[in-house]
Ligand binder design. Structure first.
Ligand code: SAM
Ligand code: SF4
Length: 439
């Protein structure tokens, strides 16, 4: 469900809190006073952070956030379509809401399902009046103003913008850790993935703008920054050379960690192809850069990786792992794995189990392959039956449980050798970590 926020808009923007709900005044530039919104977020950290920015955009224009949809004049669902189940959840939530919708209330679908389904959503859920993908969030207040002026259906579905979603204000859920998107979209084209369709091509944010925001965050008292991107380490600084030096991702990590007041810098998700020694060297050299890398492997079989269009082989992935393991600082590694990709044989699956034994991940997010619209793998032959996917997933999860239990026993015996144990130690040493970070 939507999260309550723990501090007001004044702290972020130096502006006053919006007027009480119920007055329903509307100014000429599309700003509202007395309007309220409810926002529920499904999906990944990037979605959570997009929601923080959407909330910021609305709060800056005089809207007030409420905790229950019944109390809101605008109800927004920020959605995820990475797997079929996630997309279904959105439609079932919209269905639940159909019966309780009040007259004049605006219901909007944002995010990946909005981008993927587009105007189809109006056909499936006619009580929805706003459909808006992530590239159009800046226009949300104007879109809502159009609905309030009498339009019955409004869409924002462009993906061809060069802009990243920067806002003048972000309403942050966490008082000490701030998310910061440094690269939007994805150019990698993995054959199973909807992200290139729903979030558009890769666009990086200028390093100068990122560092300015980090300084502002530090001034507001944030001590931890988490840099976000679908492939965060594919970051390509668009700063024009005349106005400043273009930074590599590893240089940006160091620069962010050096901002006074920032104690901890995290980053997710890294793509194996673009993961170089310079990132490991940055982690070795700068204690403020978190010694944790989320490096999704997806499969331990080169044949499956090829079919997935992951752009690396099993051996190339393991070489990256060797580089990480050889670092002077212990670096925790977590991953994502998909089982039951079309054509995955029992041998391919065993290759994945063997790779897990070899790498011994500190954590793994494991998924059954889910066929998605528009993706190349949708048309691939040799689909794996659902029961077989479930069987493989259960084996994989059990393997990971065993590995993690072993790592934890080892960590408790020796100190800080693993991700969870590492965090626990820092917590007690007062380094600004108050709880284990959800990945
Ligand atoms: N960009 C990241 C990367 O390259 O690893 C991953 C982003 S995606 C939001 C998170 C994870 O969802 C992926 O790593 C993958 O394991 C999983 N995923 C994506 N598409 C999927 C699909 N069609 N079926 C099952 N899992 C999927
Ligand atoms: Fe999807 Fe692949 Fe891009 Fe990750 S790298 S977002 S899995 S297309």
């Amino acid at each position: 469900m939507a999260k309550a926020f723990d501090f007001g808009v004044e702290r972020l923007a130096g502006t006053g809190v919006a007027a009480e709900a119920g007055t329903h005044e509307h100014s000429q530039d599309g700003c509202a006073t007395g309007r309220t919104f409810f926002l529920e977020t499904f999906g990944c950290q990037m979605n959570e952070h997009d929601s923080e920015k959407v909330a910021g955009v609305l709060l800056a224009r005089g809207y007030r956030q409420v905790e229950k949809p019944e109390a809101a004049s605008v109800v927004l669902y920020n959605t995820c379509s990475i797997r079929e189940k996630a997309a279904q959840k959105v439609f079932s939530r919209l269905g639940e809401y159909r019966t309780t919708k009040k007259d004049g209330q605006i219901i909007g679908v944002l995010g990946c399902v909005a981008q993927q389904e587009g105007e189809e959503i109006f056909a499936r859920a006619p009580w929805v009046s706003l459909v808006c993908g992530s590239a159009s969030y800046r226009k949300l207040p104007q879109m809502i103003a159009q609905l309030e002026a009498g339009n019955t259906r409004v869409t924002g579905l462009d993906t061809d913008t060069d802009e990243t979603f920067e806002t003048e204000m972000t309403r942050r859920d966490n008082p000490w850790r701030a998310y910061l998107t440094i690269i939007e979209g994805c150019d990698k084209a993995c054959s199973y993935c909807v992200v290139p369709f729903t979030r558009g091509p890769e666009r990086s944010r200028a390093s100068g703008s990122i560092l300015r925001e980090v300084k502002e965050l530090a001034d507001l008292g944030y001590t931890e920054v988490q840099l976000l991107g679908q492939t965060v380490n594919s970051y390509a600084d668009p700063t024009p050379t005349s106005s400043g030096r273009q930074m590599r991702f590893s240089e940006l990590l160091v620069a962010v960690a050096e901002v006074a007041g920032i104690r901890r810098v995290r980053f997710t998700t890294s793509h194996p192809r673009d993961f170089g020694k310079d990132i490991v060297e940055a982690i070795e050299a700068v204690p403020g850069i978190c010694n944790h890398v989320h490096l999704p492997v997806q499969s331990g079989s080169t044949a499956v990786l090829r079919a997935m269009q992951r752009t690396y082989t099993r051996d190339e992935y393991l070489e990256k792992m060797e580089m990480i393991r050889a670092a002077k600082r212990t670096i925790s590694v977590t991953t994502d794995i998909i089982v039951g990709f079309p054509g995955e044989t029992e041998d391919d699956f065993r290759d994945t189990l063997r790779l897990m034994e070899e790498v011994r991940y500190d954590g793994a997010f494991t998924f059954k392959y889910s066929p998605r619209p528009n993706t190349p793998s949708l048309k691939m032959a040799d689909a794996i039956p659902e029961e077989e996917k479930s069987r493989r997933l259960a084996i994989l999860m059990e393997k990971q449980r065993e590995i993690q239990a072993g790592l934890m026993r080892h960590a408790w015996g020796r100190g800080t050798n693993c991700w969870l144990a590492g965090n626990r130690e820092e917590k007690t040493s007062g380094a600004g970590i108050r709880r284990i970070t959800k990945l």
